[in-house]
Write a new protein. Sequence first.
Length: 390
Amino acid sequence: MSLAAPRILHLFANYKWTGPADPAIRAAARLRARGLDVVFAQGSFVHPGGEHRIAEELWRCQLPVLAGLELRKHFHLGSLLRDVRTLHQRLRREPFDVLHCHQPADHLIAALALRKLPRPPVLVRSLYEPEPPRRGFRERAAFRRTAAVLAPTPAAQRGVVERFRLAADRVLLLEPVTEPRQLDGPNARAPWGLQPRHRVVGITARIQPHRRFDLLWDTARAVADRLPEVRFVLLGRGNDEDTRTLVTEPIERLGLREHVLLPGYQKGPAYEAALRALDAFLFLVPGSDGTCRAVCDAMAFGVPVVTTRRGMLPALVTSPRPGELPGIATDETPTALAGELLVLLGDEAVRRQRAAAALRRTQLDMDPARAAQRTEALYRELLAAPARGP
């Protein structure tokens, strides 16, 4: 083991670009940029016809990969046993100092693979939900061998200490991060056919029943009744049936056609141009990513946010600096959400003030460079502890 350049293996049990995939890969890339010897395990399991977005992003980030593991997201006993055996044998041949896990499935695989190793690597887990994991059999087995945890909220931090008996100083509070953005650049207002008079509200969400599209369109109707120049922009996609029943039919029924734009899923420069075009951002229900990175992305472009009080959303839009309001978390009703949006859209001074607070929230509290520095410090502290046994 070399403390000068610790050897780190990150594991992520999914092939889809969903949930915490983006922060997990970015965290690994930042640590490698700091000089650590970071490798990312690239799972081989893909459903027939599926797109291995994780592999694409690992290649784009130029992260070295370790092959040979299936890394299924969902529990499958045969796959679990194969991955445990393969990883155990690999660790015997090619030692790592740290195994850093990001999903429940890879956490369990890693914990079981450490058994009977003469010098097992330390096991670290990143969490991406506002509450701690439940204390089931598999979770107990995984956390029993875990040296440290990165938790995104105080509630998750406290819960891990209480449920899994980890030492408090081994559960690090690490807020979600977002990359610094280029604020000046092309925006999508002209391509969308918008005029300066239009006030634009964006929402990023996959088109699925649980994402409360009924609430979105009722809110949009309430805002449009008071502010006819408003335009709601849905940045997301779904299957044909969900798009019809959750989006196009309600828009027609509520008479919202002129108030809604449907550019679909955007990524890369197109997504950045879309966020630059917004006056406000609306977010209703967290999806598979409990850290709601879409909210952090919007704030990084200086876009003030209105959210419900679900999950981590209130914490994300609350500033630790008194008097600053990067966003508002309010009741899950059309009246409450529309009221907060109308305050933002109808008062330019308020909008500018909250936009500046949103930008500061990401720059000061969600700095990825600082997160990487703290993660490396945790690795080194764990590796400097007394020698680890099997």
